[in-house]
Design a protein around this ligand. Structure first.
Ligand code: ADP
Ligand code: MG
Length: 479
């Protein structure tokens, strides 16, 4: 029997406001415990929450970016449960009337095909605090800095059919929220985390199977591993005649397995009800239009433009688009320049990315910024240096502010285009290798590259390759 996997994701994106969703306390990461929790975040008696206008704007941005319905009169609700890191005894969330309604995104899959994933809803809510288990030997500490941090919970339809699709969707949302600047996407710091709902059903069956929910996956790799493990586990259960129980599970990355956390029977009854402290959240048309007018170009629009305007391959376009700063770097390099976009794309995807990876550095902090990169590429384009020497110049430019021209000048890297100089080097190589010359003339044409290499070496890589090739062929014929 063959099985089909069904996956729906709930993604928590921390909204990038400086203050919390209902208070003025800072959301900055890494502060001393409990230094960023105000009376509102602590739920002290007599305080009232006030919605941060920034989070409303960010939710509307998300709706516009996913062609989603905007609920113009949404509502905050209390989700009641007891936990030490939740001093109020309830979390303020949205239940019946989320600010973002149905939407959809179209994601590219590794095999080049596309798939539309529907989004059920996205609602605003506050984060809880954090239990700290490793600070005191036999006690648990509570850090409430995170309490009240704004979250957008993005719930997908159960539209994904494999771990690969789920990862592609999660990556798409991750790139999107950074593009529209509503979330920094930092997964280590917990700014972007996924819960995966997973079930399997016999192929061809229209009903969904019973699902398990894997909580708090904070890397794409863990998301993928957890799904693969969970699918295997469920298929095995069903094939052995058992049933899958609806439950919440945790992924243990060290053991690479999922473990039960709580079953449906133990699940909380949250007793949701509209929060009496907060009036309905009203989003006027004029506000939506203002947000729309401030939206950056969306990734899908930019991707099409890159392919059409710069004649990039879809793969190159996707690579450059993977993050907004890289796409902007690319366009800044091309700004006002005449060289081929493909040259810039190759250098950014190849040399620059390699360097950034090696130094674990963001493109925003790249030592060679777009204007200097453009100078360098202009020298390759106009033939002053070859692409190969370009890499040497690039290395010399890294870590200081020398221009490409300075480096080429100072290091004497200018391409040799003087015909007589190239001829002289060729003559020497020919004179030094009489037996290879004879073999070449006898028909072993493969030896051409041996001669090219030898002359290139003699020129320290600086001979113009086109001229070198041409003159060499002629001389080999006639010598
Ligand atoms: P809950 O109210 O328990 O949170 P929801 O209906 O809101 O459940 O669904 C939560 C997530 O689970 C959604 O992303 C949805 O797409 C997904 N989901 C629902 N049913 C299934 C299923 N049978 N298999 C996989 N995912 C599912
Ligand atoms: Mg849910």
């Amino acid at each position: 029997m063959s099985w089909e996997t069904v996956i729906g994701l709930e993604i928590h994106a921390q909204l990038a406001t400086r203050s919390k969703i209902f208070s003025g306390a800072s959301t900055a990461f890494g502060a001393e415990p409990n230094t960023q929790a105000s009376a509102v975040d602590l739920g002290l008696p007599g305080v009232l929450p006030v919605v941060n206008a920034g989070v409303v704007e960010m939710a509307v941005r998300f709706a516009l970016a996913t062609d989603a319905h905007i609920t113009q009169r949404s509502q905050f609700a209390r989700k009641n449960y007891f936990y030490p890191d939740l001093p109020k005894g309830y979390q303020i969330s949205q239940m019946a009337l989320p600010i973002v309604g149905e939407g959809a995104v179209t994601v590219s899959l590794p095999d080049g095909s596309e798939k539309t994933i529907n989004i059920t809803r996205a609602h605003l809510e506050e984060d809880a605090g954090k239990s700290v288990h490793d600070l005191f030997p036999d006690k648990t500490g509570i850090d409430l800095n995170r309490a009240g941090t704004p979250l957008l919970e993005i719930v997908s339809e159960p539209d994904m059919r494999s771990a690969e699709e789920a990862v592609a969707y999660a990556r798409y949302i991750h790139a999107l929220v950074r593009y529209i600047e509503i979330c920094d996407g930092n997964m280590q710091e917990g700014s972007f985390r996924c819960d995966a709902n997973i079930s399997v059903r016999p192929s061809g069956q229209s009903e969904f199977g019973t699902r398990a929910e894997i909580k708090n996956l904070n890397s794409f790799r863990f998301l993928e591993r957890a799904i693969l493990f969970e699918v295997e586990r469920q298929i095995e259960l069903l094939e052995d005649g058992h049933e899958v129980v609806q439950e919440t599970r945790l992924y243990d990355s060290e053991k690479d397995e999922t473990r039960s956390m709580r079953s449906k029977e133990e699940a909380n009854d949250y007793r949701y009800f509209p929060d009496p402290d907060l009036p309905p959240l009203v989003v006027e048309d004029a506000f939506i239009e203002q947000v729309r007018s401030n939206m950056p170009e969306l990734p899908k629009v930019r991707r099409t433009r890159f392919i059409e305007q710069y004649k990039l391959t879809p793969t190159d376009a996707d690579t450059l688009m993977a993050d907004r700063a890289t796409a902007e770097y690319f366009e800044a390099v091309l700004d006002g320049q005449k060289f081929a976009p493909k040259l810039a794309a190759n250098w950014i995807i190849g040399e620059l990315s390699g360097r950034l990876n090696k130094e674990n550095c963001d493109i925003e902090h790249a030592s060679v910024q777009p204007s200097r990169m453009a100078q360098l590429l202009a020298r390759i384009e106009d033939g002053t240096i070859s692409g190969k020497i370009g890499k040497q110049v690039f290395d010399e430019m890294w870590g200081n502010d020398a221009s490409a021209d300075d480096v080429i000048e100072k290091k004497g890297l200018k391409q040799i285009t003087d015909t007589s100089a190239i001829e002289a080097m060729i003559d020497e190589v020919i004179a030094a290798n009489p037996s290879q010359v004879a073999e070449y003339q006898g028909g072993k044409e493969k030896l051409l590259s041996f001669f090219v290499g030898a002359v290139m070496k003699a020129s320290k890589g600086k001979a113009n390759p086109g001229q070198l090739n041409q003159i060499l062929r002629e001389k080999l014929k006639s010598s």
